[in-house]
Design a protein around this ligand. Structure first.
Ligand code: PGA
Ligand code: ZN
Length: 416
């Protein structure tokens, strides 16, 4: 039983220098929790609505003062003094208070900041680690997720120089998180050295800290990834494999996929992805098709299942209704879970339960705009994600999560 004394929020900045929220939640016994929120750039249209001020005079309209005020005023008035028996009870109250379809009235950001700060306050009250609190919310058994680590970026996370958004590396056989990061660091360095030779310049990094070179095509991105792995002294396939976020919704226009100078229809895009996974050591394809191309997704899944994970991000938006549909239509077999797409921990836990009941893989994911908060690492551990996707091993907003995973591996003795 937790009686809430007060909640409040302020506007802070994320890793792109854009406003986001930091919320505080105090319980009546003095226990305290705080949480700050990430924000996406390559968003799905079914995501819950992030409330922005739309005042062009501040942060080009992206201010979060209204969302912060909604927490400190209306939400605080509604829940301060209230006793909530569970996370679910609080989340239900927040969703009912908002009353809109996509949490657009109070703002998905306002709602999620309170949901998370309350979880932290409860963990503090019980004297347990945050991952344990998350595990108790979802009824899961904690374990360490394997990281998918960003190597190259394109699409909306970089300058759009290549259509596909992210190429990541995974160590399928690594025994520890600490070993994983050491190997990925070698691969990242060798990739950087190769690009320096090839392009004769230091390359700008993308939103998630990945390298963003002016590759001529998607295929070159995969070729270079394989060479970087080899040049670092590792074996592609055996030691290091690739995962890809195609983020196809963002280059699907006027009924066609605009990829590498070509116009592909849905079937052509499925063929292209199948070709990539045959030619390169790819184990997971995220958002291979547009978020509304449901029939195409079923074909894609039919073609790829058993070979690679068919992972839905923009397609599913961590939304239980969309996940149910994807299960029924056999459109995917893996869930990319981002809590700010749905805006409460309880609804995200429902998404997790549905995916697991269907035998799916689950990837807990950060957003391209992040803060130094590390709750995602605890969530991925507590909810026993198969993978965690945080970005590259540069930039402190990413490292906060990796470093927390190292801490949990070491002190809580968690394993993959
Ligand atoms: P976003 O991208 O955070 O910019 O939406 C991440 C992803 O597409 O997985
Ligand atoms: Zn994605």
């Amino acid at each position: 039983m937790s009686r809430i004394k007060s909640v409040s929020a302020i506007e802070i900045l994320d890793s792109r220098g854009r406003p986001t929220l930091l919320a505080n939640c105090e319980l009546s016994d003095g226990s305290f929790g705080r949480a700050s929120l990430p924000s996406g750039a390559s968003t799905g249209s079914a995501e819950a609505h992030e409330l922005r001020d739309r005042d062009p005079a501040r942060y080009a309209g992206l201010g979060c003062l209204k969302a912060a005020e909604n927490v400190s005023q209306e939400i605080n008035r509604a829940i301060a003094g209230g006793v909530f028996a569970s996370q679910q009870a609080l989340d239900r109250c927040l969703v009912d208070l908002d009353g809109s379809d996509k949490k657009s009235r109070l703002g998905a950001n306002a709602i999620l900041s309170v949901s998370l700060a309350f979880a932290r306050a409860q963990a503090a009250q019980r004297g347990v680690a945050l991952y344990r609190q998350f595990a108790d919310i979802a009824g899961t058994v904690p374990r360490l997720p394997r990281p998918m680590i960003n190597l190259y970026s394109g699409g909306l996370h970089a300058g759009g120089q290549v259509a596909i958004q992210d190429v990541q590396v995974v160590l399928p056989g690594a025994i520890t998180m600490s070993e994983t990061l050491a190997v990925v660091s070698d691969v990242f360095r060798s990739a950087g050295t190769r690009l320096l030779k090839k392009y004769g310049m230091r390359l700008l990094t993308a939103d998630e800290g990945g390298l963003a070179p002016p590759f001529a095509s998607s295929r070159e991105m995969f070729v270079e990834a394989v060479r970087a792995i080899e040049a670092a002294g590792y074996a592609p396939s055996d030691d290091v494999v690739l995962t890809v976020d195609v983020a196809a919704s963002h280059f699907y226009k006027d009924g066609a996929y605009h990829l590498d100078g070509e116009r592909l229809d849905s079937a052509g895009m499925v063929d292209r992805i199948d070709e990539w996974r045959r030619d390169f050591p790819i184990v997971s394809i995220e958002d291979g098709l547009d978020e509304a191309d449901w029939a195409g997704w079923s074909t894609l899944h039919q073609r790829l299942r058993g070979h690679v994970m068919v992972l839905g991000d923009d397609l599913l938006c961590t939304n239980p209704a969309r996940i149910r549909r994807a299960i029924a239509e056999k459109a995917a077999d893996s869930l990319l879970l981002k809590v700010n797409q749905i805006a409460t921990l309880s609804e995200a836990a429902e998404a997790l339960r549905l995916a697991r009941a269907a035998g799916w893989h689950v990837v807990l994911s950060a957003r391209s705009g992040e803060t130094e908060d590390d709750w995602l690492a605890d969530l991925a551990v507590g909810w026993a994600g198969d993978y965690i996707k945080v970005g590259s091993i540069t930039q402190s907003e990413r490292l906060a999560k990796y470093n927390r995973l190292l801490e949990l591996e070491h002190y809580a003795r968690l394993t993959f």
